[in-house]
Design a binder for this molecule. Structure first.
Ligand SMILES: Cc1ncc(COP(=O)(O)O)c(C=O)c1O
Length: 487
């Protein structure tokens, strides 16, 4: 044994432990407890239909997590028993096929295994020359291929699309004002930046404008048509107006699947306007962009391939476990110009662990980063994009099925056209109070989890069918639940 490999009595997994190590004293015992926990988690997923979709936490559980700092160790078996008693039963519920609230992915068993492996390896994917960086680059190339971007594009895993959209605003700002804005700040800008998005855009776009220092008052809310899609004529008029005022249009954000109704902006038309006006065209594809994996849906997103950047979420329609947001950028140099920072302790080399020219920390604000790419790679590699795309298309079929059932029942009314997988409906003659109570009662009964939104000024029940486990029979069950509630 070479001296460089160290003293086995201090490092061997089954052997002697350093006194201050945090590893288990008894690996065999740990292995058994961990295997049991894995089995319990698999059972939780496999038997998800046997449980309520959601249940409120009892006081005992809230009290369990209101205890003082644990200064002394506790037996792992007892800790895991707490997980079984207090964590498993009170999860969000999004694994269940009758969960249709907000926009939640359902996860997959393979994603769970990937999380376990990633935690075991505990890699820091901010940079350096290791396989985590290669896997992330693989996802960048795959998404470039799927979305019609050039192979030279760059990309980055982030928490979610809120963060990906913020990064896109930051890149567009830096491109508009030049990289010196990173030092000088916005006060020295000669012109006021203005951005454009539809009145149906997600609120995180306004938040991104706030966080970037530009201010959400400088985000124009462009009118939508009857289908909830941005009107290109209104976009052009707003840009003309701002130019006439001496302002600097720098960014238009189109949405591929709006949060309220799933509407898809006319991305090709917006691309034409952005090209003519020389402004950054970003697509918020949090909900819809992965629809590009379905051959039957790809056409809906025509124009996305002309954008400058796309935000998307693998944790929604891709069912990669939370969190797995992603930003794809056509011009890799632009992404780097917005974020890369020289630092003595991060200098690169042409060999060793410090090798590599561009590290993920050059492409976004995070330096320490987990291995989100692994769960995405394992999901895509093991399922294949055709199967994922078919599952996505199926949720849209289910949304149409639900919408048809609702539409032909005089007790209900459809509140918005169904573009993708989101159905908004009301109860005829019911006021907002009744609708709120209906949604909350279904939650508390544990039978189904829809959510709500406001459509044309009225509160509507909103079902986003994202879950790959949801079937036609589940939709029938859901409608029966509604009918029983109204009886
Ligand atoms: C259209 C749209 N954009 C952005 C977001 C924010 O995504 P995340 O929750 O991953 O930050 C959402 C979330 O539902 C969304 O629907």
């Amino acid at each position: 044994m070479s001296k460089l490999q160290g003293d086995p009595s201090l490092t061997s997994a089954g052997g002697v432990q350093t006194p201050t190590s945090l590893d288990p004293a008894d690996w065999a015992q740990f292995r058994e407890a961990a295997h049991r926990m894995l089995d319990d988690t698999i059972d939780h997923i496999a038997n998800i239909r046997d449980n309520p979709v959601w249940r409120p936490m009892p006081g005992e559980t809230r009290a369990r997590f209101a205890q003082p700092l644990p200064t002394k160790p506790r037996d792992l078996g007892c800790v895991l028993d707490d997980v079984r008693a207090h964590i498993f039963p009170y999860a969000t519920g999004n694994l269940h096929p009758l969960f249709m609230g907000w926009v939640h992915g359902a996860g997959t068993p393979i994603g769970m295994v990937a999380e376990l492996v990633a935690a075991g390896l505990n890699m820091n994917c901010g940079g350096r020359d290791h396989v985590g960086i290669e896997v992330e680059k693989q996802i960048v190339r795959w998404m470039s291929e799927a979305l019609g971007y050039p192979a030279s594009s760059s990309g980055l895993f982030v928490t979610g699309s809120s963060m990906a959209n913020f990064l896109a605003v930051t890149i567009a700002k830096t491109e508009a004002l030049g990289a010196s804005v990173r030092q000088s700040g916005l006060r020295n800008a000669e012109q006021q930046l203005v951005a454009y998005t539809s009145s149906e855009a997600h609120i995180c776009i306004a938040q991104a404008m706030q966080l970037s220092g530009i201010g959400s008052a400088n985000l124009r809310s462009i009118a939508v048509d009857a289908l909830g899609r941005m009107r290109p004529d209104a976009l052009c008029a707003a840009i003309d107006e701002d130019r006439a005022l001496g302002l600097l249009p720098f960014l238009v954000v189109g949405t591929a699947g709006t949060v309220n109704t799933g509407a898809i902006d006319p991305l090709a038309d917006i691309a034409t306007v952005a090209g003519r006006e020389k402004i950054w065209f970003h697509v918020d594809g949090a909900i819809g962009a992965l629809g590009m994996l379905s051959s039957s849906m790809r056409e809906l997103f025509s124009g996305i391939e002309q954008s400058a950047s796309v935000a998307l979420d693998f944790h929604k329609w891709g069912h990669v476990p939370y969190d797995a947001g992603f930003l794809l950028v056509r011009d890799s140099a632009a992404q780097k110009r917005a974020f890369a920072q020289p630092a003595a302790y991060l200098q690169r080399s042409d060999r060793g662990l410090a090798a590599g020219e561009t590290w993920p920390c050059d492409l976004g604000p995070d330096l320490s980063r987990g291995f989100r790419a692994l769960k995405t790679w394992m999901t895509m590699e093991s399922l294949g994009t055709e199967r994922m795309g078919n599952s996505i298309a199926h949720t849209c079929e289910l949304a149409r099925y639900l919408s048809d059932k609702i539409a032909c029942d005089p007790r209900f009314e459809i509140k918005a056209p169904v573009a993708l997988n989101i159905v908004c409906f009301g109860i005829r003659g019911a006021d907002a109070e009744f609708t709120r109570n209906l949604v909350l009662d279904l939650h508390e009964q544990g039978v189904a989890v829809p959510s709500w939104t406001t459509v044309n000024g009225e509160l509507a029940v909103r079902c986003a069918i994202v879950n790959h486990r949801t079937s036609k029979a589940d939709i029938d069950t859901f409608v029966n639940i509604l009918v029983d509630y109204l009886a």
